[in-house]
Design a binder for this molecule. Structure first.
Ligand code: GLC
Ligand code: CA
Length: 568
């Protein structure tokens, strides 16, 4: 099959399934390191911290858009796909980033918002002023704003319609997101050509793949709700064929915030694949739900659902990202529970979600942070970390919209947290200075100096995960447990590249969501009579009885990763 085609990229080890083993790291260029003291992060700054990311164990970077943009939606409002925002750097500096990342065996994934552009894009300006010209049909125009009333509004905080009136063309244009982000018209073949050209431009520059931003929304129809419509899937299939043919080894990652079955549809089928990866939007909110409800059942249900995905496809598991923690895909009852637990201050909400970072969400509880990360690193799929969460960075809910969790990375206790040498008043966003998360305490330098810090803990778990292919490549069996607060599953993998020396690896993962210590008996008949060993330290744990049962005691909100094997 095409995804197993040999890959020849300069400086990268050959592994056609690299994305299934990789640990990804989302880094907003603007927020990471400012190399020239103008108050905003840039590409050169990012290059200067690649060593840190390599030390952490990161295999692939995901960069949200860094193209020219008025920055009214964090760069997701692109005004030119072929150039880089000057404050971030130049095309040559981007090439340098790709080269230096590849030298470290690290991949670079870029973000492509194809559904829409900024209203400042010259395609839109031409479309407004010259309806009969070459760009006249590039956007979705209509004489009234009453078409497609069933299409939901996503940015409910700012928009009350998906249509906006353009005073120049004297028509309405359709927008799924902000009104300054007109949707491209995918009914128009010229739009396909334009978009393919953009994609090829960046793939030719050596990027290892792209995140398909807002991908369900490409097409609208009278019958559907404008999410994952059949021609949208056709478009993705065509794109995948082009990538497999001309750029084997590069990956397409779907951002589809949909119900489980609909998300899985973005993988396509064995015969007609679509994306290599899709973010696991169904699992994410259920992790947070379990932490507070102290019940494992929601995760058990979502993991037991047999969503068959094509060979070679993989989930992207995440806890947080640059957007609000979305609650669109949970029931109203659960949504209200989540708001009560995690967004008790209305200021913490945005649209249909919660605009907070991981550590504040979990009230800076080390036990919960470890438990959440243990899930992130052992659930089926590849983990995506969000910059700063490895040190438990805080947020700033007094900033507007999703800027709350896009503040500068905290490197040191020095001025501007070591992010920038600029006058502090000049920073694009202020550094977090709240009581608990002040950069004086929460920063990379001080966590490097403490062997028991969250940063060292996260790094250790990343390296442990990477040493065991069962996590990236193995299958999953959910086990039955007599304690409703406990989730248990086995990750199993057979292959020749096993560091344990065996061709087979079985890892039992057990998580307790209870807010007090518990005991649990796990049914694991397939492994009756075998021993278990802690994956981190190697210590022997209770053996699995001949009756196929294993009883464990777990501390408050804790987990075990146990290697299952015969006596050593
Ligand atoms: C995606 C991005 C989000 C952006 C939206 C519109 O959902 O993750 O940040 O606002 O697309 O482009
Ligand atoms: Ca700068």
């Amino acid at each position: 099959m095409s995804f197993t085609a040999p890959i020849q990229l300069p400086g990268l080890t050959l592994d056609p399934l690299w994305y299934r083993r990789a640990v990804f790291y989302e880094v907003m260029v603007r927020s990471f390191v400012d190399s020239n003291g103008d108050g905003a992060g840039d590409l050169q700054g990012l290059v200067s911290r690649l060593d840190y990311l390599q030390w952490l164990g990161i295999d692939a970077l995901w960069l949200p858009p860094f193209f020219n943009s008025p920055l009214r939606d964090g760069g997701y409002d692109v005004s030119d796909f072929y150039s880089i925002l000057p404050e971030f750097g130049t095309i040559d500096e981007f090439k340098d980033l790709v080269t230096k990342a590849h030298e470290r065996n690290m991949r670079v994934i870029i973000d492509l918002p194809l559904n829409h552009t900024s209203d400042a894009h010259e395609w839109f300006q031409a479309s407004r002023s010259d309806p009969d010209g070459p760009f006249g049909d590039f956007y979705v125009w209509n004489d009234t704003d009453e078409k497609w009333p069933d299409i939901r509004i996503i940015f409910t905080d700012t928009e009350d319609s998906n249509w906006a009136f353009d005073s120049e063309r004297r028509q309405f244009y359709f927008h799924r997101f902000f009104s300054h982000q007109p949707d491209l018209n995918f009914e128009n073949p010229a739009v396909h050509e334009a978009v393919f050209e953009v994609i090829r431009y960046w793939l030719d520059m050596g990027v290892d793949g792209f995140r398909l931003d807002a991908i369900p929304y490409l097409y609208e129809s009278d019958e559907g709700n404008g999410e994952g419509e059949p021609p949208t899937h056709e478009f993705i299939k065509t794109l995948r064929r082009m990538v497999d043919r001309d750029y084997p080894g590069r990956v397409m990652i779907a951002e589809a915030n949909q119900w489980p079955r609909e998300v899985a549809a973005f993988f396509g089928t064995d015969e007609e694949p679509e994306c290599h990866m899709a973010f696991d939007f169904p699992v994410m909110p259920r992790i947070f739900y379990s932490l507070r409800s102290q019940q494992a059942d929601e995760l058990v249900n979502v993991l037991s659902e047999t969503t068959d995905i094509p060979d070679g496809a993989g989930w992207g598991v995440f806890l947080r990202n640059h957007d609000e923690l979305t609650l669109e895909m949970v029931s109203e009852e659960y949504r209200q529970a989540m708001y009560g637990w995690y967004a008790y201050d209305p200021r913490m909400r945005a649209n249909i979600g919660i605009r907070r970072r991981l550590a504040p969400l979990l009230d800076n509880s080390r036990a919960e942070l470890e438990l959440a990360h243990a899930l992130l690193f052992s659930l089926p799929g590849s983990p995506f970390l969000y910059y700063g969460d490895e040190i438990g960075m805080g947020d700033n809910i007094w900033l507007p919209d999703r800027d709350s969790s896009r503040t500068p990375m905290q490197w040191t206790p020095d001025r501007n947290a070591g992010f920038s040498s600029a006058d502090p008043g000049k920073l694009f966003l202020p550094v977090v200075q709240s009581l608990v998360y002040h950069f004086n305490q929460v920063n990379v330098e001080s966590q490097l100096a403490q062997s028991r810090s969250l940063l060292h803990w996260v790094r250790n778990v990343i390296h442990t995960r990477k040493a065991h292919p069962a996590f990236g490549l193995g299958d999953l069996t959910v086990l039955s447990v007599d304690n409703p607060s406990v989730l248990a599953f086995v990750r199993h993998y057979e292959g020749s590249d096993n560091p344990m020396g065996d061709s087979r690896e079985d890892v039992l993962c057990v998580f307790s969501f209870a807010h007090n210590p518990v005991s649990a008996t796990i049914e694991i008949p397939e492994y009756a009579g075998l021993n278990t060993y802690d994956l981190f330290g190697g210590a022997q744990f209770p053996g699995i009885g001949d009756d196929g049962r294993l009883t464990l005691t777990l501390g408050t909100q804790s987990f075990f990763w146990l290697h299952i094997a015969p006596a050593r």
